[in-house]
Design a protein around this ligand. Sequence first.
Ligand SMILES: [Zn+2]
Length: 643
Amino acid sequence: MRVRHALSLMFCGLIVGGIATAQSTPPQPLPMPASISVPRDVPYAGSIQLNVDATDIDRHIFNVHERIPVRGGGSIVLLYPQWLPGNHSPTGRIESLAGLTIRAAGAVIQWTRDPVDVFAFHIDVPADATALDVDFQYLSAVTGAQGRVIMTPDMLNLQWSAVVLYPAGYFARQITVEPTVHLPSGWQFATALEMSSTNGGITTFKPVSLETLVDSPMFAGRNFKQVDLDPGGPAPVRLNIFADRPNLLEAKPEQLAAHRALVQQAYKLYASHHYSHYDFLLALTDRMGGIGLEHHQSSENGTVPGYFTEWDKNSNERDLLPHEYTHSWNGKFRRPADLWTPNYNVPMRDSLLWVYEGQTQYWGYLLAARSGLLTKQDVLDAMAWDAAVYDNRVGREWRPLQDTTNDPIIAMRRALPWRSWQRSEDYYSEGLLIWLDTDTLIREQSHGQKSLDDFARAFFGINDGSDVPVTFTFDDVVKTLNRVQPYDWATFLHARLEGHGPGAPLDGIVRGGYKLVYTNTPSSYFKDSESSRRVTDLTYTVGMVVGNDASLTDVLWGGVAFTNGLTIGTQIVAVDGTAYTSDRLKDAIENAKKNPDPIELLVRNGDRFRTVRFNYHDGLRYPHLDRDAATPARLDDILTTRN
Ligand SMILES: [Zn+2]
């Protein structure tokens, strides 16, 4: 009944809107309300006390109390973070803030939400007030359908940006916060914040700027292990492991050795560090939502439960830590000038994400290979797959890579019906191909004397030990490349960022001494990925990916499945008259190589069944890189451990 009532109200609204009351003059715009104070680089007087109660793990509720010092009367605007670092987009979950109550000297005072900026709350402060007591809940997702689940019976992920209101008008680095957290009893935690005291299950941290607070999330949980990754190094680097079950924490010595080697290989590459200590937060779970999010002095990494215990099955998870660690240098320390913002309610601009994410994707794979987290063959297979993805990404014909840097804001990672045509955050992996192109070109031009490693040292290796961001522009990237190896890098980069066209930028693979080929056997890296994604990936065969429930999870624009009218969600019922299995379809595809008959599929969309015929006879196709002996094996050197 209530649903029907709500629905009829919705229809009412539409109808009223449609036949709007007659007016004698056409409408004119109402003036906008006064804009909210822009942030200034001046200190906010006093410290904000922020107390987070994270004990309600059954209901996934964070209870928040803040005491915000104020001086005299007048109006104040409190902001809830909207533009989140690392997300590069306005992904703050304002709808999850509830129960907002504000008091001054014990009396409740009214708040009003800004009618334009719904992340802003206006408050009239009484003349004699010295502080506002602010209470609210952050109602985190209770199921995956509502967003990422961040509380489970065994662990939680606290992001301070979700549990803080802060005064408008100040740079985040000028607002001081004294945070405390109350965790379920017996739980341990890890964060880059420095502890000041613990009392009765409540931990108090040293006062920090709002900027450092938001950049220092916490993982906490029942099952925990901490590993020192760099004993005696220039700054502590710790691997903080949380898991659904205690046995998942068991890591073999050689697995930990590869993680320790990651730190050393990063230091050889970047010749610097930009933290006073670094904490990998690593959750091994299939209950808490996955994550990979970078910070200056830590990273949030959520991955498969069997990260250690089923090491051989999870190779495609093992560039996660090298990627997020690299961001401490690329993205956090060196920050695109248009991406850096003074607080979390100023829009970000993403034009340089092909450096921030694209080069990090590149270094992530290289450091994984150089540290032994991945084998050289795994990385070659991963790069073959990237090359195949972008070689078949037909959206390149209408949309240049540069434009995809807007995708965090345009698409906000919503599911897309035609990803290969729409494109989606392609600056990550197509960006990787451009940096491989750049690296091999530097090597070729310098006759092997220089490489992109020299760029990394020059670009990220400045101000060793400092974590104060240094911003950069396109011209800064070009200038540093020119210092490493003179070349017309501006034209080179513009052509790849703004060009169109069939086929991916594969020059780096060719100059690296390899070529992209397809065979009828997947690499073990590709197979691992199919099993972790729970799919049969036939993208390069008939242009579709079939989920383990026989429904399509992706269809390549212009491919065989597309031509036959199949879409995401289409279910394959039968292959050549027999019930669908993944192996039966693959057998039919291989058999059709020597048989002129089409492959006949019975498919279903909702209650509509139909038969489609794939006139396809090229057999199974999986991407690989083949060594080309005519060119030096530059890619082999790129992936080799540095001494
Ligand atoms: Zn990244």
